[in-house]
Design a protein around this ligand. Sequence first.
Ligand code: PLP
Length: 225
Amino acid sequence: MTIEENIKKILADVENAKLHSPNPEASVQLVAVTKTRTPEELNQVLAAGQNVLGENRVQELMDKYEAVQEGAEWHIIGHLQRNKVKYIADKVTLIHSLESLSLAEEINQRMLALGKTMDCLVQVNIADEESKFGLSKEEVIPFLEEVRTMPGLKIKGLMNIAPFFEDAEDVRPIFREMYQLFQEIKSLNLPNVEMEILSMGMSHDYRIAVEEGATMIRVGRFIFQ
Ligand SMILES: *Cc1c(COP(=O)(O)O)cnc(C)c1O
């Protein structure tokens, strides 16, 4: 299969999965995950009409940002260190991995200096895995209360990296819990907090994520196999 065929397959799967979603009217955005991929591969992704790209690592993002053709929109999806924010503040349109007050403060300051705002998702470690970054479910609302007053960032939703299960069906309760949290926060109508984007699902489980209400999926391996 070519990169273009794989992307078409994912988009068709998404349309089918949306029929079962609690949120069937929402559009679902595919983010093509670029880690370990070459600029040539990424140019094929762009040529296939898929222009939203997500990278884990700041250094790789910067290298690829320069190397791929124009028209790409970049997201940072991996753990972001405070001292790296300055490199990406003018390059990415969405940070998926906001998970500490100190990171929020740094993003806020950098964006104010640029006279811009940054869209951010709060990373939630809903399965409480030790190996993963992100806030616990209980920490999310108090965190939002703190960051929502920062004028340099805009909270757009939540992000989750689910545990890997051999049988992808086993992840369903985790995605369901994320969607419930997303809806709960939406219903609070907190000022300056928008719950538009729920980023969850990867190659292994994106169909299930969409069935459970994801509005953004992050897919790497499946595109390039
Ligand atoms: C690698 C990665 C993905 C994509 O995973 P695949 O299994 O390659 O689809 C999605 N999100 C994050 C945060 C990642 O690190």
